[in-house]
Design a protein around this ligand. Structure first.
Ligand SMILES: NC(=O)c1ccc[n+]([C@@H]2O[C@H](COP(=O)([O-])OP(=O)(O)OC[C@H]3O[C@@H](n4cnc5c(N)ncnc54)[C@H](O)[C@@H]3O)[C@@H](O)[C@H]2O)c1
Length: 302
């Protein structure tokens, strides 16, 4: 069989369950050796249980692949450093970093407390940046040593960050930050042979089972469009040498759908050679929003 990740070393964060587990299994079945990271937290981000990650490691090995367990907290600087070091110590190098670990504390802004804000921002935003920082050092050092590097970072954003979702100020802000960081790291690391992309998945996991409800249940004999295993092939493609010319991109992926999404761009303009007054801006708002296609309900300008 032709495996597209033969000889690669990968690291998947939050790979004990859900989307990360499926990514780790597929990367391994495509030939990568995989560090399976998971702190084993509950959905809200408290607690620690090594068993889900252990199960992923066992399942990879049972299928004939290679895997090693890492229980570090990705949002800790030393944990992230240790994670990258483990890949290098175990298999000599790191090629692929899949940042996926995440938690959820959905609340309206007026009900959110400080720890809901801090913990979600820390686990997602710092939990993506910290492993990327140490992986970037590793790839830069190898590149400066004269090696031809083929590094890959695949981040996990969310449509909540791309389009906005009420009740997710903490989560959506972190995910929007991850989408922006993807473009920034892509620009920074291009010269060292590293690509950086992000996916916004939709899948049935413990994170979304109450949100998607009945709609996402698997039905016998039908394609299971909400199965978390549908997300992994895009990640494996982006991790491969086939995607060496794809960087700084954000994708939405679910079922049999893969979208490339584009970010902020001018969608309307007022322009003259003098300053506007507030009242003049108010008087010209229909011109400013004339071409605005409101793809984001329920704002619907005019
Ligand atoms: N399921 C969806 O539809 C969906 C939609 C958009 C984005 N996402 C994103 O996809 C990613 C995976 O989510 P999922 O749905 O599989 O959720 P999940 O809860 O099933 O899995 C998340 C995993 O991350 C681990 N984790 C949490 N904090 C950690 C930390 N500090 N260090 C290491 N591991 C940690 C958890 O223990 C858990 O196993 C998340 O980033 C999530 O925000 C999911």
């Amino acid at each position: 069989m032709n495996m597209i990740l033969e000889g690669k070393v990968a690291l998947v964060t939050g790979a004990g369950r859900g989307i990360g587990r499926e990514e780790a299994l597929l990367l391994a079945s495509e030939g990568a050796k995989v560090i399976v990271n998971d702190v084993g937290a509950n959905r809200e981000g408290t607690g620690a249980d090594v068993h889900p990650a252990q199960q992923t490691v066992e399942d990879i090995k049972a299928a004939g692949g290679e895997a090693d367990l890492n229980p570090d907290d990705v949002s800790s600087w030393t944990g992230a450093e240790n994670l990258v070091k483990q890949a290098v110590d175990t298999w000599g190098q790191l090629d692929i970093l899949v940042n996926n670990a995440g938690i959820l504390r959905d609340k309206m802004s007026f009900n959110m407390d400080e720890s809901d804000w801090d913990d979600v921002i820390r686990v997602h935003l710092k939990g993506h940046f910290a492993p990327s920082h140490f992986a970037a050092i590793h790839w830069r050092n190898r590149s400066k040593g004269g090696e031809s590097v083929s590094g890959r970072i695949i981040n996990t954003a969310s449509e909540a960050g791309l389009f906005g979702n009420a009740g997710q100020a903490n989560y959506g802000a972190a995910k929007a930050g991850i989408a922006a960081m993807t473009i920034i790291l892509g620009r920074e690391l291009e010269r060292y042979g590293v690509t950086v992309n992000a996916i916004s998945p939709r899948a049935r996991t413990r994170m979304t089972e109450d949100l998607f409800g009945e709609m996402a249940k698997a039905q016998e004999g039908k394609f299971d469009a909400f199965g978390p295993e549908n997300v992994a092939p895009l990640v494996a493609f982006l991790a491969s040498d086939e995607a060496s010319d794809v960087s700084g991109q954000n994708f939405v992926v679910f079922g049999g759908s893969v979208w490339v999404v584009e970010g902020w761009k001018p969608a309307g303009e007022l322009k003259r050679d003098s300053r506007w007054t507030p009242k003049e801006l108010a008087d010209n708002k229909s011109t400013l929003f004339k071409n605005h296609s409101s793809g984001v309900p329920p704002f619907g300008f005019f």
